[in-house]
Design a protein around this ligand. Structure first.
Ligand SMILES: *Cc1c(COP(=O)(O)O)cnc(C)c1O
Length: 373
């Protein structure tokens, strides 16, 4: 095994899923969002936990991720959140995946394929209520197109959904409430026109936690499953109980004593001001320890914060460990996570490199082995 790894706690994921299930009122269902390899945590083990805890649906971003779940034996309905293209439909039908549909033309092509295959394709209609991303914009034209889709013999509209742009903004919920109102008034209009769609859903993690009144028939949490916080305003809110599930660790690769005035790393961007002990961590920017952390971030060793010195290299970076008592090769370095009393959260790590926790964890989980606890 590599001497740098990502430790994933399935217990923490289980706690998070139980917490989310506890906040949804039956018969509201929970759709576990497991796109991007379960936000970097490994899609199959995460999906097993979700399944065992009663999540009845899965959501992925692209058809290939749905196929991976099917190949592993999962039988739950799987929604593809992103666009499925015409050339994806044969696989969508073969693997019984549900595409998000946002034009009658997409549905026409799918309907034709489904008729040929002798199948009825289930779909969810995507509505754009304020992201300007995918989806029908509510209005007469959308009504007319959805009515056409509803009449297609080999299509079954099982769900209709939208996505919040600002649900994690705790202080100002007006945009979020506006989106919700737009969505529900449009689905009411559809119903009045005789188009009854069984599953309406809009809530991501933040909304699933903050707005019980917006749960509708299903909630779609992603980040909360993994214990990630939807923005800094979210942390420390009373009643928010999610636990981070991933820690990033490595073994110290080298300890070296250098004199004052030594330049560290490429381009010598750091120069020691005293005789120093320099440690080498065997992870670099291709692993997701961003170059922007050079001379900026810190990691934990012996339960203390040790600053990153010099530029981060491709597969290694250096830390100043002068103040530690007898650091040694093979000692455990924590890049994200807890060590003794100290803690570096994914959010803090992401903040130091100008990113967000999902982006950094997905990247960190890609090259390093995932180890399950
Ligand atoms: C990613 C995604 C989610 C999950 O969002 P989180 O903020 O991670 O809970 C839900 N719905 C859609 C459409 C998404 O793309």
């Amino acid at each position: 095994m590599r001497a740098a790894w990502a430790e994933v706690s399935l217990d923490q994921i289980r706690k998070n899923v139980r917490y989310l299930m506890g906040r949804t009122t039956p018969p509201t269902k929970l759709m576990g969002v497991v796109k991007a390899n379960g936000y970097g945590h490994g899609v199959i083990p995460v999906a097993r936990v979700l399944e065992a805890e009663g999540a009845s649906y899965f959501a992925v971003a692209i058809p290939q991720e749905g196929i991976e779940l099917r190949d592993a034996g999962f039988r739950e309905p799987i929604l593809i959140l992103g666009r499925s293209f015409d050339e994806d439909y044969p696989l969508v039908l073969e693997y019984d995946l549900m595409p998000a549909i946002f034009s009658a033309e997409q549905a026409r092509v799918l309907n034709e394929g489904a008729a040929k295959a002798g199948k009825i394709a289930s779909v969810h209609i995507k509505i754009d209520t304020g992201m300007a991303r995918l989806g029908f914009v509510p209005g007469p034209e959308a009504m007319e197109e959805i009515a056409r889709i509803a009449a297609m013999p080999n299509i079954r509209i099982e769900g209709i959904f939208s996505h919040f742009a600002t649900a994690s903004s705790v202080r100002d919920d007006s945009y979020c409430r506006g989106q919700f109102a737009k969505f529900t008034s449009f689905t009411d209009e559809l119903e009045a026109a005789g188009i009854k769609i069984p599953l309406k859903h809009i809530s991501n993690s933040a909304a699933a936690i903050l707005y019980p009144e917006m749960q509708l028939d299903m909630v779609r949490p992603g980040m909360a499953v993994y214990g990630l916080y939807a923005g800094p305003e979210f942390m420390g809110l009373p009643g928010v109980e999610v636990y981070p599930a991933m820690e990033i660790k490595a073994k110290l690769a080298s300890v070296k004593r250098v004199p004052s005035g030594t330049k560290i790393g490429y381009d010598g961007t750091f120069e020691t001001k005293r005789e120093s002990l320099i440690g080498v961590v065997p992870m670099g920017y291709v692993d997701g320890v961003r170059r922007s952390l050079g001379n900026k971030g810190a990691v934990l060793l012996h339960g203390r914060r040790c600053p990153i010195v010099g530029k981060v290299c491709m597969d290694q970076f250096m830390i100043d460990i002068t103040d530690l008592d007898d650091p040694r090769e093979n000692d455990e370095v924590v890049i994200i996570g807890r060590q003794e009393g100290e803690y570096i959260s994914a959010e803090e790590f992401a903040e130091s490199c100008g990113s967000v926790s999902i982006e950094v964890l997905c990247q960190l989980g890609r090259r390093m082995p995932l180890v399950y606890k």
